[in-house]
Design a protein around this ligand. Structure first.
Ligand SMILES: [Zn+2]
Length: 260
């Protein structure tokens, strides 16, 4: 494991009345490296290896050093969807500038309504994941009549803001595809740190296609939720570009533009 000169760790223990007392910090914890606003500002240098991020969880999403594609972590394996829309298995030494993971343990499982699109699916999940101030990891496994995903191209320095780079994204309209949606529903108060609301990525069952989800239509799927009441934030060290970017601005509009 890479040794860091400075590793600033902020631990926000959001103990909400869930009655599940545990001393194991890895349980029900979302661990995140860097912040979404840093990524929006163009801090694309990887700051933690894929191998290290997997020590914090087997499930999650993010991107890679130089913004080289979309990350999906599923069952302890990290997959990379590059700009060509294909899935690669990066070396464990590959780094990430932004990722969020948890050790996925299903707390709730329910079938989703057939033919629901992304908007309708969010409404259904909202009824069950109904604590607006809680984190939820979301796993949806099934068949999708439509799956619209995107990936982003790797960047060279000087890095441009993500809203500009996202204009060069590739969008893929997959049809009749089986796979898994991996992602999170985060509370509104993570604004600036992570994505408030839903952020979902997709990987097909044959591990050939995937990306950041823009929209989908279900054919048949089950949803599992992991209620996460702990949030662990790892900040990049002083040699990374993170140290020199302006994080005082409100980047909500930029985030909205790139998420949708
Ligand atoms: Zn994404």
């Amino acid at each position: 494991m890479k040794k860091r000169a400075i590793k600033i760790i902020v631990l926000l223990l959001l103990i909400v009345s869930c009655g599940c007392a545990t001393n194991n910090n890895s349980n029900n914890t979302i661990t995140q490296t860097s912040t979404i606003d840093a990524l929006l500002a163009g801090a694309y240098d990887g700051n933690i290896s894929c191998g290290e991020i997997l020590e914090y969880g087997d499930f999650g999403l993010g991107t890679f050093d130089r913004l080289d594609g979309e990350m999906i972590a599923l069952d302890g394996i990290i997959y990379q969807v590059k700009i060509d829309g294909n899935v690669y298995k990066p070396n464990k030494k590959m780094t990430t500038p932004f990722a969020a993971v948890c050790q996925f343990e299903s707390d709730k499982k329910f079938p989703l309504e057939t033919k629901a699109d992304y908007k309708k699916t969010k409404e259904i999940i909202d009824q069950i994941a109904n604590n607006k101030n809680m984190f939820y990891a979301i796993k949806i496994k099934g068949k999708f009549s439509k799956m619209k995903v995107r990936s982003v191209p790797p960047q060279t320095k000087p890095y441009r803001p993500l809203a500009e780079v996202a204009k060069e994204q590739s969008v893929f309209n997959l049809q009749n595809i089986s796979g898994t949606i991996v992602g999170f529903k985060c509370p509104a108060f993570v604004k600036g740190l992570n994505v408030p609301g839903y952020h979902l990525h997709f990987i097909s069952d044959d591990f050939k296609k995937g990306g950041h989800i823009l929209d989908f239509t279900l054919s048949k799927a089950d949803c599992e939720l992991d209620v996460c009441h702990k949030y662990f934030l790892i900040l990049p060290d002083e040699k990374d570009d993170f140290a020199n970017i302006d994080l005082s601005q409100n980047r909500s509009k930029e985030l909205e533009a790139i998420e949708n």
